[in-house]
Design a protein around this ligand. Structure first.
Ligand code: NAD
Length: 300
């Protein structure tokens, strides 16, 4: 059996198109432009790349993008003051503080100082609680993107057995909550899980969010299952020339794609959906802030 490859790049373009349409309607009908502020403290090279591509994607969707770049030694008080200003700025509907923060800054304190209605990363403790209790919230972008791809693949997820490998606050736990919300029977597996292979073999849906290159082999996958590979692992690739690297997921794509019914590749699967969902969350936050209808198909 050869799996359907879920094209995250193409799907993300569709989501971004829907966002742009909704933005155009907000502008034309209500004179409102959604605004996203991204705050970067320090100059971590990977974070710089993320922030640049977030800004570009925000502009391409017709939204306002604001970047605040602060020195690595910025004090917590100064950062909290900036967040307070953004909380009170009516032209800003989404605030994202790029993580990780330098060690002297308390990440929880900083994230929880964002107005939950503007917390487009969905990491504020209020949004975590709202999601956990099945209420309207801002949902973390990566799991939201995974959910959208699963719904597209299956239609209803009701009654399906899902295994989420990884229990992080940004991927594993919210993913499990979303799958539960869609009436899956959910198992969260992690580094202490006793028989991971057997646990995964029972699953109609496998979401791998671990950060270990190709740790899930094809013979763990139930024939026909849908596999969502969140992992991004960079490996040396001397075969591509001296100093070159390549990206692989947490799933062994070659063997898993022989067994699965559908699978996301790495790169080109979950990654592009994450940024598309950030844009979706921003336009959702803007619609809610103005008591307008939310965009269809862009929320959980
Ligand atoms: P994390 O390090 O916070 O969490 C990893 C989880 O994996 C932990 O809960 C741990 O219990 C579990 N784990 C570790 N070893 C295990 C093992 N042997 N068996 C089973 N579980 C094990 O990581 P994270 O932030 O959730 O990210 C996970 C992966 O997803 C990383 O590769 C990260 O780069 C990637 N990621 C991708 C996107 C995207 O946009 N595609 C977004 C976020 C994270």
């Amino acid at each position: 059996m050869s799996a359907t490859i879920i094209d995250g790049k193409a799907f993300a373009l569709k989501v971004r198109g829907k966002v742009a349409d909704h933005v155009a309607r907000l502008k034309a009908d209500h004179g409102i432009t959604p605004g996203l502020a991204v705050v970067l403290v320090g100059s971590d090279p990977a974070s710089e790349v993320y922030v640049r591509s977030k800004g570009k994607a925000t502009n391409e969707a017709g939204m306002k993008s604001v970047e605040h770049r602060l020195e690595a030694d910025t004090s917590e008080a100064d950062l909290l003051r900036l967040i307070d200003d953004l909380n009170n700025d009516v032209t800003i509907h989404g605030i994202l503080v790029q993580l990780p923060l330098p060690d002297h800054l308390n990440e929880d304190l900083v994230i929880n100082s964002i107005n939950p209605a503007k917390d487009v990363d969905g990491f504020h403790i209020s949004n975590v609680g709202l999601l956990g209790t099945g209420q309207k919230s801002m949902v973390p972008c990566t799991p939201l993107g995974c959910l959208m791809m699963l719904r597209e693949q299956h239609g209803s997820l009701s009654g399906l057995d899902a295994v989420v490998i990884g229990r992080s606050n940004i991927v594993g736990k919210p993913m499990a909550q979303l799958l539960l919300g869609d009436s899956c029977t959910v198992t969260i597996a992690h580094s202490r899980t006793k028989d991971l292979a057997e646990t995964v073999r029972r699953a109609d849906i496998v979401v791998a969010a671990v950060g270990r290159p190709e740790m899930v082999p094809g013979d763990w996958i139930k024939p026909g299952a849908t596999v969502i590979d969140v992992g991004i692992n960079r490996l040396d690739a001397p075969e591509r020339g001296e100093g070159n690297t390549r990206l692989v997921g947490d799933v062994n794509f070659a063997s898993a794609s022989e067994v699965a019914g559908a699978i996301t590749p790495v790169p080109g699967g979950v990654g592009p959906m994450t940024i598309a969902c950030l844009l979706a969350n921003t336009v959702t936050a803007c619609s809610r802030a103005n008591d307008l209808d939310e965009p269809e198909g862009l929320t959980a």
